[in-house]
Design a protein around this ligand. Structure first.
Ligand code: UDX
Length: 452
């Protein structure tokens, strides 16, 4: 049984600790937050992530997973691996703030008892692995062998456990091939391709992957604007594009643009790294500027739908979290959209199945409501801000009957424009250009390739 230490029990660390213990390893998860660790010891999760509570409970009961706030407990002579999974928020200029990585590396160096492989799982700028190695070397009270390996995370919030257990690939980077091979052994049970390269290349694979996904999103959002002007339906355009396996069907959902704790900071950090090296990141800059247009666009569109004036209107936000299946409100579009609507004189109310407790202090001007039907009562408009599944089959008849005006702005394109029109709603999505006479509706005939 391998002995693993995980530093940081946030969205990445807690999933990593629980998953590695589920694979049969002995894992000690450390966090400096007493509150988080005490809660975990009581079986309370510090974050909402589908399946996490059960995964943690099962492995704590099996004695494979424990929690601590002290490095003395987290590292002993049996420790073989230490994963750094702390936050790397954006700094003032967009560069990644590495203060938590630095503190973790120093504490690991001061408390390690035996040779150790230190693994950067946090998303860190290219070159950080070398920097962490320098910190450890300088902080050890006495020299003990160690290696640094980059093992970037590719976990999406809301599907972090399946993403961990069935990764598209594991990426490892190190100047010490033997250390990388040992970390590869940990990942063998996941039965996915394991890419082993050098530190800087592994760090860059992470940034380039996230930046490319963000680019796909800004691309389809620009196509949505053009579709709207030309009368095409961007959802059907994306579906038609996606059959080309060089493009693929994923990450082509036009909407409010990307938010969350990763894409915004990672694209900014990569652009910052480029500029630091005197390279103009023209594509990355346009990805960011396109993304920044989406939230004000929604406020403008809702204002248009309400006759050009938001003052005195009541607007309900369907969904608040930055994406479904999470309570994470970091850089959630709903926050900026609410601010814009309130600035225009509207009263804004919000409902989210999971994130309202987290959202409430971030949206003081927004009244939280218990369910979509109470949200609709007396509303002049509803705005779909997060594509929770439960919004896809609402009883729209009763929603319409209780609204002051049957106006719906579908920021995530979850409804069918023709059906909404026929049901008597004043409906707009993003990029849903259509001729409005019900003739839309893409058909796809799956051909049996053998006989085609
Ligand atoms: C992302 C990466 O997917 C993951 O690999 C990385 O490790 C962390 O960052 P996450 O931010 O949790 O994961 O969510 P993701 O599902 O990627 O969505 C990111 C943002 O893009 C969300 O705001 C989402 O609403 C938006 N998005 C996503 C779109 O607007 N359109 C899409 O088609 C997909």
């Amino acid at each position: 049984m391998k002995q693993i230490t995980v530093v940081g029990v946030g969205y990445v660390g807690l999933v990593t600790a629980a998953a590695f213990s589920d694979l049969g390893n002995r894992v000690v998860a450390l966090d400096i937050s007493e509150e988080k660790i005490e809660g975990l010891r009581r079986g309370e999760m510090p974050i909402y992530e589908p399946g996490l509570e059960e995964l943690v409970r099962r492995n704590v009961e099996a004695g494979r997973l424990t929690f601590t706030t002290t490095y003395e407990e987290a590292l002993d002579e049996d420790s073989e691996f230490a994963f750094i999974c702390v936050g790397t928020p954006s700094g003032v200029d967009g560069e990644a703030d590495l203060k938590y990585v630095e503190a973790s590396a120093k504490s690991i160096a001061e408390h390690m008892q035996a040779p150790l492989i230190v693994i950067n799982k946090s998303t860190v700028p290219v070159g950080t692995g070398d920097w962490v190695a320098g910190i450890i070397k300088a902080s050890q009270p006495k020299p003990i062998d160690f290696s640094v390996v980059s093992c970037p995370e590719f976990l999406r919030e809301g599907s972090a456990i399946p993403d961990f257990m069935r990764p598209h690939r594991t990426v490892l980077g190190s100047m010490d091939r033997e250390a990388a091979d040992k970390v590869a052994q940990l990942h063998l049970p996941l039965r996915a391709p394991i890419v082993i390269t050098n530190l800087r290349t592994a760090e860059m694979i992470k940034y380039a992957s996230n930046a490319f996904l963000a680019t796909k999103i800004s691309f389809i959002n620009e196509i949505a604007n053009i579709c709207e002007a030309l009368g095409a339906d961007v959802k059907e355009v994306a579906a038609g594009m996606g059959f080309d396996d060089r493009i693929g069907p994923h990450f082509l959902n036009a909407g409010l643009g990307y938010g969350g704790s990763c894409f915004p900071k990672d694209v900014k950090a990569l652009a910052f790294m480029a500029e630091e090296m005197g390279i103009e990141p023209t594509i990355l800059n346009s990805v960011m500027s396109t993304n920044e247009t989406r939230r004000p666009l929604v406020v403008e569109r809702v204002k248009e739908m309400l006759g050009g004036d938001l003052s005195g209107k009541t607007i309900g936000l369907l969904g608040l979290a930055f994406k479904p299946n999470t309570d994470d409100m970091r850089d959630a579009p709903s926050v900026d959209i609410a601010e814009g609507l309130i600035a225009g004189g509207a009263t804004v109310r919000g409902y989210d199945p999971v994130s309202m407790e987290v959202a409430s202090p971030m949206m003081p001007g927004v009244e939280m409501v218990d369910n979509p039907y109470d949200l609709a009562k007396g509303s002049d408009a509803l705005v779909v801000a997060t594509e929770w599944n439960e919004f896809k089959n609402l009883d729209l008849e009763s929603i319409k009957a209780s609204m002051k005006q049957p106006v719906i702005f579908d920021g995530r394109n979850i409804y069918d424009p023709d059906k909404m029109q026929m049901d008597g709603f004043v409906y707009r999505g993003l990029g849903r250009g259509y001729n409005g006479n019900g003739s839309n509706g893409m058909t796809i005939q799956e051909q049996d390739v053998e006989t085609a």
